[in-house]
Design a protein around this ligand. Sequence first.
Ligand code: BGC
Length: 433
Amino acid sequence: MGTNFRVCSVTLNGDSTYTSETSDLVIPQNLTRAKSASDLFAFIATEIKGFLEVFHPDRLHASRPLSLGFCFSFPFYQASINSGVLIRWVKGFDIEDAIGKDVCQLLQTELDNVKIPVKVCAIVNDTLGSLMARSYTLPVSQTRTSIGAIIGHNGTNGAYLEKLSKVSKDIGQCDRSTGEMFFNIEWGSFDDKLSILSHTEYDQSINESSSNKDSSMFEKRISGIFLGELLRLVVEKLYDDPSVDLFPNYKRNDKSLTLRNRWTVDNSIMAVAETDRSMDLNKLKDKIALTFGFPAWAIKLEDVQAVRDVSKAIGRRAARLAGVAVGAVILQSGKLQQVDRLTMPAVDAKGVPTNDDNKESAIDEEEVSTIDVAIEGDVFKDYPRFEQYMREALRVINGIGIDGEQRVRIGLVGDGSAIGTAIVALLASQPGG
Ligand code: BGC
């Protein structure tokens, strides 16, 4: 659950494949600011019931409850696998009475109210969901995923595997036997005090008009919804500035242009700005006309070039910041120093595990030293060269460099959060899980 909401039942085939049934829903705007949390969670519970009626009617009256993994893309404090206390809302949500409450409990109450045999047995942030999904779907001969990230339209964040010996905070009830645990970083709120991040007047304007002012400052430089608005703000400012010759063929200061409409820019214009390499930039020119409302005849090549340069600067900054976040996690995880042979099972020539601990693994050195990163989200997926710019940043980070960057394998995950959450729910519902 984020701004959209997906109900999904997953069958894990145990061989890195799965099948799933999915129903995608939009959370009605009024419920994102509902008077009470129960309004929102009652809606979710009713939709889950509707999903079961369509896809699994036989389970509606089963005596054994179905295990539900709750993917919750908001900051929460997790003291156990099936409890998550909401710290604050993001993504435009604002429901006062949910803050400080266990959202698993809130959902369970409403599931019980609609009388369906469903038990919330795990709560998972979407970052961990992606990490788990990619780890599950990778061929067994490949290094497991240790970092997961979301670089999406509505948010950005990361999760990674950390050694318990490095953790000083209270981590509640958990299985400590592996000596490691996954951490949800909530990097969207990195440097909310702005001691390091660049802060332009446009960033300031975004912050002022956002629903979570002075929070999620890193996210406001990376997530799609903010990138489009940043571009709009810069173009608007330049157009209104008499000392700048932007769109001089069109009447200055026209207040009726769609350029004036806040939070409306469709990010596909940024993808075109990144890819249109033609001399006349006609594709981008058409996009500018469509996005900002200038008639095509009034748009000069110089105008298009200026919009392109601004757009690329915003996109590249976002990607480089995302690269810095991933780089920081790589450094913190110690993975660059660690070549973890234990994660690599012995396999035969076809890559099938031999279950023979004494047999030499056929895995090559390159695979063993790979740091596998799962990334999910529209910005990463749809913005051309996002990965290239992220890698550019990784290469110039002290302690990573060109050699370290080459060891990073990034995999785009599709519907990862749902699959990964199902994996965690399965583990949690096992005896002793
Ligand atoms: C939330 C995170 C989430 C990220 C990506 C952020 O706004 O705080 O919990 O992982 O968005 O959805």
